[in-house]
Design a protein. Structure first.
Length: 404
């Protein structure tokens, strides 16, 4: 007997027909003799709609009340799916995050999972129930509900799989696997049969939302093999697993992230310690800094540019504006209309020239690069937001061709 965790995203449970489709997948898995734990997301765009409703009432609502609202979305899908499974004549129970033992710190809106105390889930499995758990949520030590951050249901599923030593963790979604680029934006993107944790982690972190990056991090840590699969076509999906067992791909994919803004401090006096001070001020405000570029000093000044997430631009401004004045920098420029486009591939470690090929693709498409950042398995460039989609297509075509 195997324990299988199956997670279904918003599109997979968007309406009655889709819920019965999921009920069919789950009950078939159960009828084949497996224990099944199901994790569900909120239906369709429910979470976005809730956020809109909240903004209409109070755009500065506390994070606690936001989580109180957002957790409702997953509760609706879990109960409706349980009702569908009841109707098909199978034993089932739905549980909220706190009932399923998801313990988190108090960081409303972006809580990490500290621990899953899975006794209740186990008890229900022992009673031969199919167990449905709301994704994306937990409880803090004050007994208040928390959410794990957008896309967090993937992490809920992996956390259950890790805690309960599941034999398989399937992430059902609206595409039939992980592709070399977002298949909705790049029609000739190719499906990958398998991808390593490290490459998937980079792709997810760099903007491929098909898997939440924390879920991949956790899957790697506990060595949980994931399958990304479509609930609609039910074809075999993409396996995410340890690299040791597979061939290194030169490039496994292209990703795009619009959640970036650029800060440029122009004419910083060229003397030691100033970069340290600027970035300490940003760290004190808990601003995550990503790509950093410093020009070579000229005429006793230099320029320092860096990127931050869009929602941290205000904090960045409050840290930088005043300090730039104090140190006598000439000017600070903020640009929220940028995007980061990246290529990821474990093979580039041993193949020089990959970055050059990427830059050539951008040159041929007449796209200007603002900043560059590299690691062993990725190259990222910062571009004007309006160039994002054509850049992804040009780079993808360069590495994967325009058609099969
Ligand atoms: P779910 O609601 O099931 O969690 P998401 O919307 O979070 O689904 O993730 C699935 C979406 O991720 C796809 O519809 C696709 O547009 C997008 N996506 C982005 N990059 C990729 C990629 N490289 N491979 C597959 N899908 C991708
Ligand atoms: N419903 C949440 C969201 O839209 C969590 C998830 O879907 O994973 O972000
Ligand atoms: Mg998702």
């Amino acid at each position: 007997m195997s324990l299988i965790v199956q997670k279904f995203g918003g599109t997979s449970v968007a309406n009655t027909e889709r819920i019965f489709n999921v009920a069919d997948i789950v009950t078939k898995t159960y009828a084949a003799g497996n224990d099944v734990v199901v994790v569900v997301s909120a239906q369709g765009d429910t979470t976005d709609e809730f956020i809109e409703k909240a903004n209409a009432i109070n755009p500065h609502a506390s994070k606690r009340e936001m989580d109180m609202l957002l957790t409702a979305g997953e509760q609706i899908s879990a109960s409706l799916l349980a009702m569908a499974i009841e109707k098909l004549g199978y034993p089932v129970v739905s549980l909220l995050g706190w009932q399923a033992g998801f313990q988190t710190p108090s960081a409303y809106g972006s809580a990490r999972i500290k621990k899953v105390k899975a006794d209740r889930i186990q008890k229900e499995i022992d009673k031969k129930n199919i167990v449905i758990v709301t994704g994306f949520q937990g409880i803090n030590r004050y007994g208040d509900m928390t959410t794990l951050g957008r896309g967090g249901s993937d992490t809920s599923a992996v956390a259950i799989a890790a805690t309960m030593h599941a034999d398989l963790c399937q992430i059902y979604t609206d595409v039939d696997g992980v592709y070399t680029a977002d298949p909705r934006k790049v029609p000739n993107a190719k499906k990958l049969n398998v991808i390593s944790y490290d490459e998937m982690l980079e792709l997810a972190t760099l903007g491929a939302q098909v898997l939440n990056n924390r879920s991949v991090e956790m899957a790697k840590k506990y060595n949980i093999e994931l399958e990304v699969i479509s609930s609609l076509t039910r074809q075999p999906g993409t396996i995410v697993k340890e690299e040791a067992k597979m061939e290194k791909m030169l490039i496994s994919g292209v990703a795009k992230d619009n959640d970036v803004a650029r800060v440029s401090i122009i004419g910083v006096p060229d003397k030691p310690g100033l970069a340290f001070k600027i970035f300490s001020k940003l760290a004190a405000k808990k601003v995550n800094v990503d790509i950093i570029l410093q020009s070579v000093g000229r005429d006793n000044t230099k320029d320092i540019a860096f990127t931050v997430p869009q929602n941290m631009l205000e904090e960045a401004k409050s840290a930088v504006d005043e300090y730039a004045r104090v140190i006598g920098a000439q000017n600070v420029v903020y640009d929220p209309d940028v995007c980061k486009v990246s290529i990821v591939g474990a093979g580039m470690e041993t193949h020089p020239g990959v970055a050059a090929e990427m830059f050539e693709a951008l040159f041929e498409a007449n796209i200007n690069i603002q900043m560059i950042s590299t690691s062993e398995i990725k190259v990222s460039v910062l571009l004007a937001r309006e160039d994002a989609d054509s850049a992804v297509t040009a780079i993808h075509n360069k590495f994967f061709g325009t058609n099969d």
